[in-house]
Design a protein around this ligand. Structure first.
Ligand code: 4NP
Length: 158
Protein backbone atom coordinates (compact mmCIF):
# COMPACT_ATOMS: atom_id res chain seq x y z
CA UNK A 1 0.00 0.00 0.00
CA UNK A 2 1.40 3.37 -0.93
CA UNK A 3 2.46 6.31 1.22
CA UNK A 4 1.08 9.56 -0.17
CA UNK A 5 2.34 13.12 0.32
CA UNK A 6 0.44 16.26 -0.72
CA UNK A 7 2.55 19.37 -1.31
CA UNK A 8 1.73 23.07 -1.70
CA UNK A 9 3.73 26.23 -1.00
CA UNK A 10 3.07 26.97 2.67
CA UNK A 11 1.46 23.73 3.93
CA UNK A 12 -1.20 25.79 5.70
CA UNK A 13 -4.03 25.94 3.11
CA UNK A 14 -4.22 23.49 0.20
CA UNK A 15 -2.06 20.49 1.11
CA UNK A 16 -3.31 20.02 4.71
CA UNK A 17 -6.85 20.26 3.32
CA UNK A 18 -6.03 17.61 0.69
CA UNK A 19 -4.54 15.47 3.47
CA UNK A 20 -7.69 15.48 5.64
CA UNK A 21 -10.05 15.13 2.67
CA UNK A 22 -8.09 12.13 1.40
CA UNK A 23 -7.83 10.58 4.88
CA UNK A 24 -11.59 10.95 5.22
CA UNK A 25 -12.19 9.24 1.86
CA UNK A 26 -9.91 6.37 2.90
CA UNK A 27 -11.64 6.03 6.29
CA UNK A 28 -15.09 5.73 4.73
CA UNK A 29 -13.72 2.81 2.67
CA UNK A 30 -11.87 1.19 5.59
CA UNK A 31 -8.57 1.82 3.84
CA UNK A 32 -7.17 4.26 6.39
CA UNK A 33 -5.01 1.64 8.12
CA UNK A 34 -3.39 0.71 4.81
CA UNK A 35 -2.34 4.08 3.43
CA UNK A 36 -0.13 6.66 5.15
CA UNK A 37 -1.03 10.23 4.18
CA UNK A 38 0.94 13.39 4.99
CA UNK A 39 1.44 16.92 3.64
CA UNK A 40 4.29 19.41 3.38
CA UNK A 41 5.20 22.79 1.89
CA UNK A 42 7.99 23.71 -0.49
CA UNK A 43 8.60 26.93 1.49
CA UNK A 44 9.65 27.46 5.10
CA UNK A 45 7.40 30.49 5.75
CA UNK A 46 4.91 28.80 8.08
CA UNK A 47 6.77 25.90 9.70
CA UNK A 48 5.04 24.84 12.94
CA UNK A 49 1.83 26.77 12.25
CA UNK A 50 -1.68 25.26 12.18
CA UNK A 51 -3.71 25.44 8.94
CA UNK A 52 -4.99 28.89 7.89
CA UNK A 53 -8.14 29.91 9.86
CA UNK A 54 -10.34 30.26 6.78
CA UNK A 55 -9.68 26.76 5.40
CA UNK A 56 -9.95 25.41 8.95
CA UNK A 57 -13.41 26.95 9.33
CA UNK A 58 -14.69 25.95 5.89
CA UNK A 59 -13.40 22.37 6.31
CA UNK A 60 -14.94 22.12 9.78
CA UNK A 61 -18.35 23.05 8.41
CA UNK A 62 -18.04 19.98 6.16
CA UNK A 63 -17.11 17.75 9.10
CA UNK A 64 -13.37 17.77 8.41
CA UNK A 65 -11.04 18.59 11.34
CA UNK A 66 -7.48 19.67 10.69
CA UNK A 67 -6.58 21.82 13.72
CA UNK A 68 -4.14 19.12 14.88
CA UNK A 69 -1.91 19.56 11.81
CA UNK A 70 1.28 21.68 11.83
CA UNK A 71 3.06 22.96 8.76
CA UNK A 72 6.38 21.49 7.79
CA UNK A 73 8.74 21.91 4.88
CA UNK A 74 9.50 19.07 2.49
CA UNK A 75 12.81 17.32 3.26
CA UNK A 76 15.09 15.12 1.15
CA UNK A 77 13.99 11.94 2.97
CA UNK A 78 10.38 12.53 1.79
CA UNK A 79 11.45 11.64 -1.74
CA UNK A 80 12.63 8.23 -0.46
CA UNK A 81 9.81 7.63 1.96
CA UNK A 82 6.72 8.43 -0.13
CA UNK A 83 5.49 6.37 -3.08
CA UNK A 84 3.38 9.19 -4.50
CA UNK A 85 3.91 12.93 -4.15
CA UNK A 86 1.10 15.17 -5.40
CA UNK A 87 1.69 18.87 -6.13
CA UNK A 88 -1.27 21.18 -5.69
CA UNK A 89 -0.25 23.44 -8.59
CA UNK A 90 2.26 23.61 -11.43
CA UNK A 91 4.66 25.87 -9.52
CA UNK A 92 4.76 23.35 -6.68
CA UNK A 93 5.35 20.63 -9.29
CA UNK A 94 8.31 22.49 -10.80
CA UNK A 95 9.76 23.16 -7.33
CA UNK A 96 9.45 19.48 -6.41
CA UNK A 97 11.11 18.36 -9.64
CA UNK A 98 13.95 20.79 -8.93
CA UNK A 99 14.39 19.49 -5.37
CA UNK A 100 13.98 15.76 -6.02
CA UNK A 101 16.74 13.46 -7.26
CA UNK A 102 15.91 12.44 -10.86
CA UNK A 103 15.28 8.80 -9.91
CA UNK A 104 12.29 9.96 -7.83
CA UNK A 105 10.72 12.16 -10.51
CA UNK A 106 8.30 9.40 -11.66
CA UNK A 107 6.51 9.49 -8.28
CA UNK A 108 5.78 13.25 -8.53
CA UNK A 109 2.44 14.21 -10.12
CA UNK A 110 -0.08 17.04 -10.26
CA UNK A 111 -2.91 16.51 -7.76
CA UNK A 112 -5.50 17.36 -10.44
CA UNK A 113 -3.98 15.11 -13.13
CA UNK A 114 -6.93 12.70 -12.81
CA UNK A 115 -9.66 15.35 -12.83
CA UNK A 116 -8.94 17.27 -16.07
CA UNK A 117 -12.26 19.14 -15.99
CA UNK A 118 -11.06 21.01 -12.89
CA UNK A 119 -8.01 22.53 -14.58
CA UNK A 120 -4.42 21.90 -13.60
CA UNK A 121 -3.95 24.02 -10.48
CA UNK A 122 -5.73 24.16 -7.14
CA UNK A 123 -5.98 27.96 -6.70
CA UNK A 124 -4.12 29.49 -3.79
CA UNK A 125 -6.71 30.59 -1.18
CA UNK A 126 -4.18 32.42 1.02
CA UNK A 127 -5.25 35.94 0.04
CA UNK A 128 -8.85 35.05 -0.84
CA UNK A 129 -12.07 35.20 1.14
CA UNK A 130 -14.61 32.64 2.25
CA UNK A 131 -16.06 32.12 -1.23
CA UNK A 132 -12.62 31.28 -2.60
CA UNK A 133 -11.98 28.89 0.31
CA UNK A 134 -15.29 27.09 -0.40
CA UNK A 135 -14.32 26.80 -4.06
CA UNK A 136 -10.87 25.45 -3.16
CA UNK A 137 -12.47 22.83 -0.91
CA UNK A 138 -14.91 21.85 -3.70
CA UNK A 139 -11.96 21.37 -6.07
CA UNK A 140 -9.94 19.41 -3.51
CA UNK A 141 -12.90 17.12 -2.69
CA UNK A 142 -13.52 16.36 -6.35
CA UNK A 143 -9.82 16.01 -7.14
CA UNK A 144 -9.27 13.67 -4.17
CA UNK A 145 -12.13 11.45 -5.33
CA UNK A 146 -10.65 11.25 -8.85
CA UNK A 147 -7.24 10.50 -7.39
CA UNK A 148 -8.56 7.73 -5.15
CA UNK A 149 -10.44 6.19 -8.08
CA UNK A 150 -7.22 6.16 -10.07
CA UNK A 151 -5.19 4.66 -7.21
CA UNK A 152 -7.79 1.96 -6.60
CA UNK A 153 -7.64 1.06 -10.27
CA UNK A 154 -3.91 0.93 -10.55
CA UNK A 155 -2.29 0.47 -7.15
CA UNK A 156 -4.47 -0.06 -4.07
CA UNK A 157 -6.35 -3.33 -4.43
CA UNK A 158 -8.50 -4.00 -1.35
P1 4NP B 1 -0.72 27.08 0.63
O1 4NP B 1 -1.08 28.64 0.68
O2 4NP B 1 0.50 26.96 -0.26
O3 4NP B 1 -1.93 26.44 0.04
O4 4NP B 1 -0.44 26.67 2.06
C1 4NP B 1 -0.16 29.65 0.94
C2 4NP B 1 0.28 29.85 2.21
C3 4NP B 1 1.17 30.89 2.46
C4 4NP B 1 1.61 31.69 1.44
C5 4NP B 1 1.17 31.47 0.16
C6 4NP B 1 0.28 30.43 -0.10
N1 4NP B 1 2.51 32.75 1.71
O5 4NP B 1 2.87 33.48 0.78
O6 4NP B 1 2.94 32.92 2.88
Amino acid sequence: MPNILFVCLGNICRSPTAQVVFEDLLATRNLDADVWVDSAGTADYHIGEPPCPLMLQVARRRGLEMAHLRARQIRPSDFERFDYIFAMDRVNLQDLLRLAPPEHHPKIHLFLAYAPDLGMDVPDPYYGGEKQAERVLDIIEEGAMALLTQLLRTEICP
